[in-house]
Design a protein around this ligand. Structure first.
Ligand code: NDP
Ligand code: MG
Length: 381
């Protein structure tokens, strides 16, 4: 029995991770879970999985939860997430919290030698060098949950890193892939949340619409697979059937395919190198799909992707600023406070005004993250 701690249990990845745990309850046990404030979603999970430890975002949520469930181990905030992630009884951490708030829990779990399934891409964007250094020095494996990175991981299996010509990340194009930039002026929150292929949390769905998600994934791939940015390409592929590909020195290309279902990469991260039957996942019927389409990425249409490449290449604290500015801008959009195209403008401004600090330590990263959030909020006033 592997004991799992799941951060972000009430979210989209959280829910699908619980599907996998439920399916293989003879292999996995949910030891700890965290969520933010969504008590209504959390209660059925707590009743069903009976986790030994629970973490909520703040004291008020803890009080409200205590009025409903009788549980003597409810922790709060970042400290709580760190505690259950590094807990001596946890074997595996599934980090599926949204945002760079997941960083310290990831780092502490690595230092406590836990196996880690990482969905929380913001962790790798904001402080990839710290996370990878820690993982290398502790010999901890960081297994990707993001479908593209799971695909890359699978294509690289048994291959030699030096034989890779390039990594080709596929992008569905998000909710607005068929709109021109002009048409983006009047799009609404509901339009943005209507993703053609994947059902995901609100923030990542908006990130897909701005193409920042792909930008974050480029940086994530750079760190996870130790790839220079020149060897990472993005191609539009609207069917989301090919999850990503690798071209090797002999021009041979290996791709990983499947129906779009996050439970597949989640399960693989938990069972690797084994592959278990997953009855919920649909088999891929290529004759039904008929055709697969590919198009070159248009960086003028999707400037966020270029900003991410540039921030990644600059390195140091620049990706931290990219991520924090994006988190705040997306949240402002989702609150109806700014129009869609202002998201990219706020990020651009934050990047322009930042002077990179190279080789930042954790303290510097957290400081820059915080400052950027305040600064982007202040642009509005
Ligand atoms: P959701 O928004 O659906 O879920 C986020 C989870 O994190 C919820 O449990 C939420 O709790 C919790 N949470 C949010 N903010 C905080 C906070 N400040 N403190 C503590 N807990 C918090 O997100 P997704 O599941 O879509 O995404 C999670 C991560 O996985 C992201 O990093 C995303 O980029 C990545 N990812 C997601 C994919 C997907 O298909 N959804 C695909 C690939 C990667 P509450 O419900 O109480 O608010
Ligand atoms: Mg992805």
């Amino acid at each position: 029995m592997k004991k799992i701690t799941l951060l972000g249990a009430t979210g989209s990845i959280g829910k699908q991770t619980l599907d996998v745990i439920r399916e293989h309850h003879h292999l996995f046990e949910l030891y700890g879970l965290s969520f933010g404030r969504n008590i209504d979603k959390a209660i059925p999970l707590i009743n069903e999985f009976k986790p030994k430890k629970i973490v909520v975002q703040d004291i008020e949520t803890k009080r409200n939860l205590q009025n409903i469930v009788n549980h003597d181990y409810i922790l709060v905030g970042n400290e709580g997430m760190i505690e259950i992630s590094a807990d001596q009884d946890t074997d595996v951490l599934v980090n599926a919290v949204m945002g760079s708030v997941g960083l310290e829990a990831t780092l502490c779990a690595i230092h406590a030698n836990k196996q880690i399934a990482i969905a929380n891409k913001e962790t790798l964007v904001t402080a990839g060098h710290l996370v990878m250094e820690a993982a290398r020095s502790r010999k901890v494996s960081l297994l990707p949950v993001d479908s593209e990175h799971s695909a890359i991981f699978q294509c690289l299996n048994g291959e030699n890193h030096k034989d890779v010509n390039k990594v080709i990340i596929t992008a569905s194009g998000g909710s607005f892939r068929d709109k021109t930039r002009k048409q983006l002026d009047n799009v609404t929150i509901d339009d943005a949340l209507n993703h053609p292929n994947w059902s995901m949390g609100a923030k990542i769905t908006v990130d897909s619409a701005t193409m920042m998600n792909k930008g974050l994934e480029v940086i994530e791939a750079h760190w996870l697979f130790n790839m220079p940015y020149d060897k990472i390409d993005v191609v539009l592929h609207k069917e989301s059937v090919i999850h990503s590909m690798i071209e090797f020195a002999d021009q041979s290309v290996i791709a990983q395919l499947g129906t779009p279902d996050m439970r597949v990469p989640i399960q693989y991260a938990l069972t690797y190198p084994a592959r278990l039957h997953l009855p919920q996942a649909k088999s891929l019927n290529l004759t039904e799909v008929g055709q697969l389409h590919f198009a070159e990425m248009d960086f003028d249409r999707f400037p966020c992707l270029m900003m991410a490449y540039n921030a990644g290449r600059e390195g140091g604290t620049m990706p931290t600023v990219l991520n924090a500015a994006n988190e705040v801008a997306v949240s402002l959009f989702l609150q109806g406070k700014i129009p869609f195209l202002t998201i990219e403008r706020l990020i651009e401004k934050a990047l322009e005004q930042h002077r990179t600090i190279q080789k930042p330590n954790l303290e510097t990263i957290l400081e820059v993250d915080q400052q950027t959030r305040l600064q982007v909020q202040a642009y509005l006033n």
